[in-house]
Design a protein around this ligand. Sequence first.
Ligand SMILES: [Zn+2]
Length: 45
Amino acid sequence: MSEDDEGGSPVCFLPNVCPACGRLTDTEPRPDTCPECGADLPDVY
Ligand SMILES: [Zn+2]
């Protein structure tokens, strides 16, 4: 139900998108956890 990788882009291309709820976090600095659901946001560099 949550498969939205239809663009061919790797998941690591979206470091600011919560993997749990899909919320886009555009605050700076980027928080370690999702402000929406509290899930850990992966460090992508
Ligand atoms: Zn979240």
